[in-house]
Design a protein around this ligand. Structure first.
Ligand code: PMP
Length: 437
């Protein structure tokens, strides 16, 4: 059956206004309707192609509609879609073993669920069970989910629907050196931001169960912590017997040039949470813990769609594809190329404050001549890029970080095309009024 093309953009906007909650926002003043994808491309209902440099927020790492993943998921869908975890099924158990091997090290025990929020929520619960403590530390520019507790441990006010965080959550300053929340400079700061975690632990002795952080903050504006930060944090956590949870929602599955973001540093998290790219577009997530921590989760826990047969089959095919194509190496190589082009643009345009990121998780922070976040400029830029057939994202507390997270299968020619388009758009700044009206 072909998709119904009779719904115009205006029809769909009216449905959205009338039937969705107002919190569900969309990009672009003149949005298109996407209906199809193949590799790095997505297509709208008018047949226009876009190079997708956001991959549905870092989800379609193997490319849209990757045939080997589609084949395994559809074969499973035709056989048996669902049983839930109260029965033995092959895809979920094979996936648990495959995932443990893919991560390596001592993170071996999985609990499958359907979203990043649910995986983080479960990690916090397990931290409480494993330590008998009830408080958490997270970073000031973090985002960890949409549920009550995970939005509560989300540091960025923009993403916290309830402005009041729960009382058992402490926020430590994010290690964002280009915009230090403590107004310090490296290396003289001597990791004061990490030591702030120890201050919290000393002020609340025996209360904190876990510290949670993204290896590279995604929604916070593609913030890569300085080398040595996480090692220092882990030493502090060890001294106070506090667990370390790494939220790999965006950094997992080869995105940063390693299989997982935390592998850029010499640390051993007690738990990691994974979601987004695990199913390459199908909803599957997991909390993966060391056997010692996992041992505390003994009360019956079930997730109706956790380890769902179709999603687990897609995830198995995703991991096979990543292994076979050495996607972490591909992301590192492609990331270098894209980064070099972005750096060149930055050197020519004063509105670019900084280019940062790892692998194919890259951000370009835009500022006004006064040095303030240039959110409206970024909106104009993204709209023009979209009109020229390139989809990008935006992050950062000031909504001013142009974010590029394409499928990891992006080719050199496609990167050159994206850079050419970006150069064209930057050369036309300030963007003509009316383009994005
Ligand atoms: N953690 C991080 C770092 C995320 O970026 C997100 C989603 N953007 C989440 C958790 C929540 O994931 P989900 O939307 O699947 O609940």
């Amino acid at each position: 059956m072909t998709p119904d093309k009779t719904d115009s953009v205006d029809d769909l906007l009216a449905l959205k206004r009338d039937y969705l909650m107002p919190c569900v926002f969309h990009f672009f003043r003149r949005p298109m309707v996407l209906e199809r994808g193949a590799g790095t491309r997505v297509f709208d209902t008018a047949g226009k192609a876009y190079v997708d440099c956001y991959a549905g927020v870092g989800v379609s790492n193997c490319g849209h509609a990757e045939p080997s993943i589609v084949a395994r998921a559809t074969a499973q869908l035709g056989r048996l879609a669902h049983t839930t975890t109260i029965y033995l099924t092959q895809p979920m158990l094979r996936l648990a073993a495959s995932l443990a091997g893919f991560i390596g090290g001592n993170l071996r025990k999985s609990f499958f669920c359907t979203s990043g929020s649910e995986a983080n929520e479960t990690a916090l619960l397990l931290a409480k069970l494993a330590t008998g403590r009830n408080s958490f530390i997270s970073l000031s520019r973090s985002l960890h989910g949409r549920t009550y507790l995970t939005s509560g441990i989300t540091g960025m006010a923009f993403w916290r629907a309830d402005p009041e965080p729960p009382t058992n959550v402490h926020f430590a300053p994010s290690p964002t050196c280009s915009d230090c929340p403590l107004n310090l400079r490296r290396p003289a700061c001597n990791f004061r931001c990490a030591d702030a975690i120890e201050d919290i632990l000393c002020e609340n002795p025996g209360e904190v169960a876990a510290f949670i952080a993204e290896p590279v903050q995604g929604n916070g504006g593609i913030n890569v912590p300085p080398p040595g930060y996480f090692e220092r944090v882990q030493a502090i956590l060890c001294r106070h017997e506090v667990l370390m949870i790494m939220d790999e929602a965006q950094t997992g599955f080869c995105r940063t040039g390693k299989r997982f973001g935390h592998q850029h540093w010499d640390i051993q998290p007690d738990m990691i949470t994974v979601c987004k790219a695990l199913g390459n577009g199908l909803p599957i997530a997991a909390l993966v813990a060391t056997p010692a921590v996992a041992a505390a989760y003994t009360k019956p826990g079930a997730s109706t769609f956790g380890g769902n047969l179709v999603c687990a089959s897609a995830a198995l095919a995703t991991l096979d594809f990543m292994r076979e194509h050495k996607l972490e190496q591909a992301a590192a190589r492609a990331g270098e190329r894209l980064r070099a082009g972005l750096d060149a643009i930055a050197s020519r345009h004063a509105c670019v404050k900084e280019v940062r990121g790892l692998g194919l998780m890259l951000g370009m922070e835009l500022v006004t001549p006064e040095g303030e976040p240039a959110g409206p400029l970024l909106d104009d830029l993204m709209e023009t890029l979209k009109d020229l057939g390139v989809l990008t994202g935006k992050t950062g507390p000031g909504r001013n970080v142009l974010t590029l997270m394409p499928p990891l299968v992006i080719t050199d020619a496609e990167i050159e095309h994206v850079l050419h388009t970006l150069n064209q758009v930057f050369a036309g700044l300030p963007i003509r009024s009316g383009v994005s009206a």
